[in-house]
Design a protein around this ligand. Structure first.
Ligand code: TEU
Length: 533
């Protein structure tokens, strides 16, 4: 244990930088835009902001292909702009978490350019190169997340390089101590710049099995509903390419650098099996890991209960709860869209924000945004553009944030943003919702305020109040969190005591006494507190 561990119980906010706010009118969100809108996050009441990659990049995967781990891409601004964002965030009491992308670099990174130039390059071993299989073709059967083989042949040097994502995202070789040293220095560099931690991209990746064996073919497409189309990635069981126990050595080493400076290591550990995720949070592993199961759960009380219980069973306080991200259809849309989808998404947020641990909102959740509609011709995501899988495109959750009515929705002064807004209305905007006490924005502000003012939600043990039926409910000491996850009105029988409604997803239900039996409309959610005395 060290210092204050500021991240315990914190609520963060994911800024997908390209789509947050455009400061220079080129249609792409940037750091000056973020700087001008940081007040929104402070007013919302979050504790931290996670900024998606701003590093120099050819943007083949919109910044998750880093060509310089220490710089700022001109499309996002300058070093000065970044420092200004960090300083302003700190003034507002917000911590800053930056995205670290250690599984792969861009093929434009000088390391890869050197590595590719010759087999004898000092940087060759920074990446994973292999000879063709004996009969020709790729060294093994591994596939890439974005479709096709996980290997691309380099004719000039006669070997394949490994890439679990695009060919332009070559995987770094974490068996090479020099790569480990490079990232120690990169982490120290950003800590010296004043950041408060790192969101680690593909944190279950990095280390591969030494022998690079073939992965077993998946018995059936993953039971998890990843979308309408089964991707190439899901055709294999990922036994040897990700989730190798030795990756924990990397995080132990990083913790020695970050913990004394009270900086967080937050892993994007994309494992939906809690037993596998648990290993990353044991002992001196990662401080926090996202628990992604809520992004894959249908609107079903029993399934929701399971997903919450699984996350709650992970090491205490080390889960970062999320219901959305820049990689996944928004909760409002997953749960049916419209008013019903919005109510369900708010109910899920209520259930997540009452759980022990940290939580993150993804930009736009506080506005109740649904997915933006994207025509094939407007698609930008390599999943859509390269794999041809428009049904799985991540563009829908990455459309620009609508700030105010009018052309460019206050996001940009450009004629066209980099992605269309996707059929937003004035009612979706921050400005309109700020002036409407009945808006989703005001509900989220209230929810975060109640979380802040209810110490039990950080400290008290969790007891389930229901284990069947449509109402998902749990108790944290003198607080109760409940949501009706069914399609009909239902009631929750309350434990003895006088309970008041501290938060209600329907604003007009707040403030009163709760009685013994609390009625909940479909998708209604509440936080109750026991009245003292
Ligand atoms: O996503 C990682 C990622 O795509 C996998 O973890 C995947 O979601 C999971 O295995 C389910 O199939 C991160 C970023 O969030 C994403 O935007 C990037 O494209 C990707 O890494 C590559 O850097």
């Amino acid at each position: 244990m060290t210092a204050a561990q500021w991240w315990r119980g914190a609520v963060g906010y994911e800024v997908y930088l390209r789509s947050f706010a455009d400061g220079d009118g080129d249609g792409v969100g940037d750091l000056p835009g973020l700087l001008s809108r940081l007040d929104h996050l402070a007013e919302l009441g979050v504790d931290a902001v996670w900024i998606t990659p701003f590093y120099p990049s050819p943007m083949r995967d919109h910044g998750y292909d880093v060509a310089d781990y220490r710089g700022v891409d001109p499309v996002f601004g300058s070093d000065t702009d970044l420092d200004a964002c960090v300083a302003r965030a700190h003034e507002l009491g917000l911590r800053v978490v930056v995205d670290l992308v250690p599984n792969h670099s861009s093929s434009d990174h000088p390391w890869f350019r050197a590595a590719r130039s010759s087999r004898s390059s000092a940087y060759r071993d920074y990446y994973v190169w292999r000879d063709p299989a004996p009969g020709g073709g790729p060294p093994n059967n591994w596939v890439a997340h974005f479709g096709g083989s996980g290997w691309t042949f380099d004719a000039a040097t006669g070997q394949y390089w490994l890439h679990l994502f695009l060919p332009e995202q070559p995987d770094l070789n974490w068996a090479n101590p020099a790569v480990r040293d490079e990232f120690d220095a990169i982490i120290a560099f950003w800590l010296d710049r004043g950041v408060d931690g790192f969101r680690i991209d593909v944190a279950h990746g990095l280390v591969k099995h030494d022998d690079l064996p073939d992965n077993p073919v998946a018995a059936q497409p993953d039971a998890v509903e990843l979308g309408a189309v089964v991707s190439t990635w899901e055709t294999l069981e990922h036994r040897y390419d990700v989730d190798q126990p030795a990756v924990l050595d990397v995080y132990r080493r990083w913790r020695a650098i970050t913990a004394p400076r009270d900086a967080v290591l937050l892993g994007e550990v994309y494992l939906l099996d809690p037993a596998r995720l648990r290993r990353y949070l044991a002992g001196d592993g990662l401080d926090l890991a996202f628990w992604f199961a809520p992004l894959h759960v249908p609107w079903d009380a029993q399934r929701l209960r399971r997903v919450l219980a699984d996350g709650a069973g992970l090491p205490a306080g080390r889960v970062a709860w999320v219901s959305g991200s820049h990689d996944r259809s928004r909760a409002v849309s997953r749960f049916g869209g419209g008013a019903v989808g919005r109510a369900r998404a708010l109910a899920l947020s209520t259930l997540l924000l009452g759980m022990p641990g940290a939580a993150f909102l993804y930009q736009g959740e506080e506005l109740g945004l649904s997915d933006g509609a994207i025509a094939a011709a407007d698609a930008q995501d390599p999943i859509a553009v390269r794999e041809g899988a428009l049904a799985r495109t991540r563009d829908v959750c990455r459309t620009p944030l609508p700030w105010a009515p009018g052309p460019g929705f206050g996001f940009t002064t450009a004629e066209r943003p980099w992605l269309p807004f996707g059929a937003r209305t004035d009612a979706d905007t921050v400005a309109v919702q700020r002036d409407d006490p009945g808006s989703m924005l005001h509900r989220y502000r209230r929810l975060l305020a109640v979380r802040r003012d209810t110490p039990e939600l950080r400290a008290a043990p969790l007891d389930w109040l229901t284990d069947a039926g449509p109402v998902v409910a749990y108790r944290r000491g003198d607080a109760i969190v409940a949501a009706n996850c069914g399609d009909a009105a239902a009631t929750l029988a309350l434990p003895a005591g006088a309970w008041t409604v501290a938060f209600a997803s329907r604003a007009d239900a707040e403030g009163g006494d709760a009685g013994d039996e609390f009625p909940l409309a479909p998708a209604e959610a509440v936080i109750l507190r026991r009245r003292s005395g």
